[in-house]
Write a protein that binds this ligand. Structure first.
Ligand code: AMP
Length: 170
């Protein structure tokens, strides 16, 4: 099955010059959805993982499935101001301006082995911020996995020593 057939490329969304990878056709197709979930699972073969972090919001489609299958907990990384208890925040640069992601401080225990998941690896800024946040809280990032990698943006390089896996490359 070629999963790329289930991804719609939408030019100039959400702004001019961006080719947006719309994964909703993949999510809507039961076989493609199951195939993608299994393939992402296969990336974690043999790894011991305590927590899976999903990045708001398109990281939430698969991260809880992975957590369930791995017998791990699921942690939603959220945009600022959404989580009610004591949070840790990490800022990161976007093409224009910056943004931040937060998790509850209590979500990570020292030595936790963590898998980070998001739909798309583009420049790598988002995932790198998440890796640093987890490691600053005493966790250990075991893998960052993505449905899609935009190879021409070299996000993998930005993730330095963190292991990266992706399913569909552009
Ligand atoms: P980056 O920090 O540049 O790696 O951007 C990754 C984040 O932006 C992910 O959460 C993606 O959901 C989103 N993103 C970036 N580029 C695209 C794209 N071309 N299509 C869909 N989502 C994207």
């Amino acid at each position: 099955m070629n999963l790329r057939d289930y991804i719609e490329e939408v030019p100039d969304f959400p702004e001019k010059g961006v080719s947006f990878k719309d994964i909703t056709p993949l999510l809507e197709d039961p076989e493609a959805f199951a195939h993608a979930a299994r393939a992402l699972m296969d990336f974690t073969e043999g790894l011991k993982i305590d927590k899976v972090v999903g990045i708001e919001s398109r990281g939430y489609f698969f991260a809880p499935l992975l957590a369930f299958r791995l017998g791990a907990g699921f942690i939603p990384a959220r945009k600022p101001g959404k989580l009610p208890r004591k949070t840790r925040s990490q800022r990161y640069d976007l093409e224009y301006g910056n943004d931040a992601l937060e998790i509850h401080e209590a979500s990570i225990s020292k030595g936790d082995r963590v898998l980070i998941h998001d739909d798309v690896l583009a420049t790598g800024g988002t995932a790198r911020a998440m890796c640093h946040l987890i490691e600053n809280l005493g966790g250990h990032v075991v893998q960052c996995n993505f449905l899609i990698e935009l190879g021409f943006l070299n996000g993998r390089d930005k993730l330095g020593g963190f292991p990266v896996k992706s399913l569909i490359a552009y």
